[in-house]
Each structure stands twice: as structure tokens, then as C-alpha cells.
Design a protein around this ligand. Structure first.
Ligand code: DO4
Ligand code: MG
Length: 288
């Protein structure tokens, strides 16, 4: 089952929607039943049963093209794990002699790399502009599966994320990682949160990404969530160690898709990230 946040017309209010797959993806307006918070839904034991009940109430529905899909984040901090796929470890070791052993070690270590990525209000929605830094020369998207965790650290759903990164800044010195990773428009998420799916099922999903420039595809890549080295529970439990998230937290799980070293994003590029069990996140690139 897929949930989303959306707005109608020019209204500033965010509504919560349930995607009705049986009607070609029409969006059932759960706000019409007083449900205005995705965060509260994530706390619900028996969420799928409750969503089944709500879908039978005949609530108002909207054509997905008639609504504005918002990022599926409310008050959640967004964090990210890194070097969780072999492809990511190799690419990072190549981009930096200086920090190569750090990537090698963290890939094998019990403790994963986890870093802060974004305040919720800064997350770029589907269709919004993702940023490349004006002081960076080598910029890439990082297509990632997102774990949507509730306040108890339970993985309540999955979404799609883009951990935009400046490879030259990260490669110059690992201590520059926050600048390579956290800047305006560096994190996009959406459009849906899929609930009621086990880790075993999510591990069968494919993540694919394409980058189009002036209508021409300039990069395509694909991986499987099954290539992720660590379990979802392991990643979420490290995030929640000695740290409380009263509204839950979103955790990007690392990238397994890295464009060739000769590739850098340009303003105007269109980045598409598709996760087979979730949907497609599309954003254009802007300089920030
Ligand atoms: O260590 C740098 C960041 C790694 C990362 O973001 C990833 O592997 O996806
Ligand atoms: Mg990443």
C-alpha cells in the first residue's frame, strides 16, 4: 500500500493520500477522514488493516496528475547511511587516495557509516530542483532506498531518496563530507511511502536511475536492493542508538549506482530514480 502527501491547486495545506492501485493510481484523500499526518500513521500498529478499512469508506479521490505530490516528510530528520554497496565503496576508494582505507574499513566494520542529511523542511519534493553546489566541479545523484522509521525505530515504510553529492569535495578530504552532502536542495524524497512490505520483499526490488540532458539519456544505471550489504534492522538500530526521534526519522540506505568518473551533472539535467516496488522520483538539476 502506498501513502503520499499532496496538495490541491494553490492550497498551502498538505493532505495525506492513499494510492488506489485498483483505479489506476487515483489518490484517496485520507484528510477527508481527519487524517492529516503521515507521522501519526507510521506509529499505528496494524496500519495495513486500518488502510484497508479507510479505502472502503468511499472517500474523495483525485487523479494523480491533478494533484501536487509533496515530499513524504513532516517533522522527521533525514539521515543517510554510506558505503553499504560494494559499488559505492569502490567508487569512493578511487576518488580519494587520501581516505581510501576509511571507506574500505567502514564497509567491513560492524558500525555503519551514518550521517545527517537534511532537515525535513529542506527536502526537495518530486518535480522540484535538486542542487549542485556552485563551488563543486564533480556532482552526482545518489539513488537510494529510504527507510521510514517511526518513533520506536520500527521501519514502518519505504520511500525513494536522492543523496545529491559533490564527489570532488568529498574526495579532497573526508572531513569535508558534510559540505559534500549537506547544502540547499541536496536531498530529494518521494513520491510515495510504501507500507506493509517485509525486508525480504524489498530486497527483491530493483533501483534504476537515468539522467537526461537536452532530451538525450547521458547516464543509466541499475542495482538491486539485495546488493545492500547490511540489514535494514541493523542500519535503523544504529541510527536509534543513544538518539531519540519523537517523530521518527528517515534513513537513506546508501547508493549502489555510481556514474562513471568522467560524468558530472549539469544544470537542467533531469534525474529519474525508480524503485520497482515504490514508483519514480524525478527532479531537475539547479545550481545553488
Ligand atoms: O562516505 C561517503 C558517503 C557514502 C554515501 O553516501 C553512499 O554510499 O551512498
Ligand atoms: Mg549516499
Amino acid at each position: 500500500m502506498k501513502l503520499c502527501r499532496f496538495a490541491l491547486g494553490t492550497e498551502t495545506r498538505a493532505r495525506v493520500g492513499l494510492v488506489d492501485e485498483s483505479s489506476g493510481g487515483r489518490i484517496v484523500d485520507l484528510s477527508a477522514e481527519g487524517i492529516d499526518s503521515l507521522t501519526a500513521l507510521m506509529e499505528f500498529e496494524g496500519l495495513t488493516e486500518e488502510l484497508g478499512r479507510l479505502s472502503g469508506l468511499g472517500l474523495p479521490c483525485f487523479d494523480p496528475v491533478a494533484v501536487q505530490l509533496l515530499a513524504p516528510v513532516e517533522q522527521q530528520e533525514v539521515w543517510a547511511a554510506g558505503v553499504t554497496y560494494l559499488r559505492s565503496k569502490k567508487a569512493r576508494m578511487e576518488e580519494s587516495d587520501f581516505s581510501a582505507t576509511a571507506y574500505d574499513r567502514v564497509y567491513e566494520a560492524e558500525r555503519p557509516e551514518i550521517f545527517f542529511k537534511s532537515m525535513p523542511q529542506k527536502v526537495v519534493p518530486p518535480g522540484g530542483g535538486v542542487g549542485i553546489r556552485r563551488d563543486a566541479r564533480w556532482n552526482v545523484p545518489e539513488p537510494e532506498l529510504v527507510l521510514v522509521c517511526n518513533s520506536r525505530g520500527h521501519i514502518a515504510g519505504f520511500s525513494i531518496g536522492n543523496d545529491m553529492s559533490s564527489r570532488d569535495i568529498e574526495g579532497e578530504n573526508l572531513l569535508y563530507l558534510p559540505q559534500a552532502k549537506i547544502y540547499d536542495r541536496s536531498c530529494a524524497m518521494g513520491p510515495f511511502v510504501v507500507v506493509g512490505v517485509s525486508e525480504a520483499t524489498a530486497r527483491e526490488w530493483t533501483i534504476s536511475s537515468g539522467i537526461t540532458r537536452d532530451g538525450v539519456v547521458v547516464f543509466e544505471g541499475e542495482t538491486s536492493v539485495g546488493q545492500l550489504k547490511r540489514s535494514f534492522e541493523d542500519l535503523a538500530s544504529f541510527l536509534f542508538r543513544s538518539q531519540t526521534f519523537p517523530n521518527g526519522a528517515c534513513l537513506l540506505t546508501g547508493t549502489g549506482i555510481v556514474p562513471p568518473d568522467t560524468f558530472t551533472l549539469q544544470p537542467g539535467d533531469e534525474v529519474t530514480i525508480r524503485v520497482s516496488g515504490i514508483g519514480t522520483l524525478q527532479n531537475s538539476v539547479v545550481v545553488v
